[in-house]
Design a protein around this ligand. Structure first.
Ligand code: PMP
Length: 429
């Protein structure tokens, strides 16, 4: 790795003098240093050493439409030439995108923000304002951005979790004790118990409908419907964090694909085509908290014309047909990888949702955070490094997964498959 990437190493040393760890988000760092990218187009990255890398990370899923997608470029250019960059007043450009999102995601009302973190913060605040309750429930090990209340139990060490009744691990200092409860994913019993004990204090259950920060963890049959029913029983709002699943799970997100409707949803990444766009929205009844002032929502850059132009382009580009075509490529890739896993009897599983897929090096399929922690991170790391050294960039570690963007073609995914076959042969030899 280091022999192929001397310029990235130099760049990281230089960048570390101005940026902590030499990166602009802690997720961008890996050991010994991350690859620095000079430019990108379509499904390809060019690093500062001049190497071409097949990008399967695609901006953690934000680049679903592909790098420098011509439609995004032309809409954004048009906005730059003849619309403007910021008005901080209402404008038809933001209303039009709101109406498109209303239709696409089946939302009564929504507001724009810049990041998933912000959207989650406001969704929790809206739920608290609506229910006049303070506590929330989140999923063990789940990640929802940097908001304090959701920084509880984000990938804790297993020894810190203990039995299900043990105190919540890694609670940030400004989260009041007892205001965040943690339940394992795919476990309705524990959720039932907590709601039975604390239901009257709980404003919302916050969860990714399909967890995409622990590889990909899909719900058991009936699990999400069970969560929905328990929330209704206790007057608790259900917040689906679709920052990652969003358009990558299908035309209108995981909730529509899986047929369970939350009260509030958070969106980010793929909806902005690479520009900083996020949103939170939901039923008219809950969003009334913003209308009548029970909760205020601010943001200088919300709904600015550049980002709105990109969002319009994304909505135009991400048709059923385009997303289905990318999903077909993903399914074919998964099938080919599965065959290799079977042929070489590897202790691994594949999981997919929409245009995303992943290989989990675990003895059993992963159903929750504890299963995820039982995966073989050594082999996962090796498998990632194997790809990177052969010009394929997937996100490091097991937290992310590959994404077949609208710019990827089957023959590019075939490269991933042949690379995986060579890895399987090497592991077995
Ligand atoms: N929720 C989920 C599920 C996420 O994966 C992320 C980011 N990876 C966030 C929220 C936070 O989004 P952002 O980085 O835009 O703040």
């Amino acid at each position: 790795f280091t022999a192929d990437t001397p310029e990235s190493g130099d760049h990281n040393r230089r960048a570390s003098k101005s940026l902590p760890l030499g990166v602009t988000s802690s997720f961008q760092h890996w050991d010994p240093y991350p690859i620095s990218i000079a430019s990108a187009r379509g499904a390809w990255l060019t690093d500062v050493d001049g190497r071409r890398l097949l990008d399967l990370s695609m901006g953690f899923g934000a680049m679903l439409v592909g790098h420098l997608n011509p439609t995004i470029v032309s809409y954004v250019e048009e906005a730059l030439q003849s619309v403007g960059t910021l008005f901080v007043t209402p404008s038809p450009v933001s209303t039009e995108v709101a109406e498109r999102f209303q239709r696409r995601f089946g939302l009564d009302m929504l507001r724009f923000t810049q990041s998933g973190t912000e959207s989650l913060m406001y969704a929790v605040r809206a739920a608290r304002a609506y229910t006049e309750r303070k506590a929330i429930i989140k999923i063990e090990g789940g990640y929802h951005g940097g908001y304090d209340a959701l920084q509880v139990s984000v990938k804790p060490a297993l020894e810190d979790i203990g039995p299900a009744e043990a105190p919540i691990p890694d609670v940030p200092f400004d989260v009041e004790a007892g205001t965040v409860h943690v339940v394992p994913y795919n476990n309705l019993e524990r959720l039932t118990e907590i709601l039975h004990e604390h239901g009257r204090e709980i404003a919302a259950v916050v969860m990714e409908p399909v967890i995409e920060n622990l590889a990909i963890v899909v719900p058991d049959e009936g699990y999400l419907a069970g969560v929905r029913a328990l929330c209704d029983e206790h007057g608790v709002l259900l917040i689906f964090d679709e920052v990652k699943t969003g358009l990558t799970a299908g035309y209108a997100g995981a909730s529509q694909r899986l047929g369970v409707k939350p009260d509030l949803v958070t969106l980010a990444k793929s909806i902005g085509g690479g520009l900083p766009l996020a949103a939170f929205g939901g039923t008219e009844e809950v969003m009334q908290v913003v209308v009548d002032g029970r909760m205020a929502h601010f943001g200088t850059y919300n709904g600015n014309p550049l980002v709105m132009a990109a969002a319009r382009a994304v909505d135009d580009i991400c048709t059923h047909e385009a997303l289905d075509a990318a999903e077909t490529i993903n399914v074919a890739t998964l099938d080919a990888v599965d065959e290799i896993i079977t042929e070489f009897e590897l202790p691994a599983h594949t999981v997919a949702l929409g245009v995303k897929g992943c290989i989990t090096w675990s003895p059993t399929p992963v159903r929750n955070y504890r299963d995820y922690k039982a995966t073989d991170f050594g082999v996962a790391e090796l498998s990632w490094l194997w790809g990177v050294n052969r010009g394929i960039l997937t996100p490091p570690g097991l937290d992310e997964q590959w994404l077949v963007s609208l710019a990827h073609k089957q023959d590019q995914m075939d490269v991933l498959v042949s690379d995986f076959r060579e890895l399987a042969q090497a592991l077995r030899s």
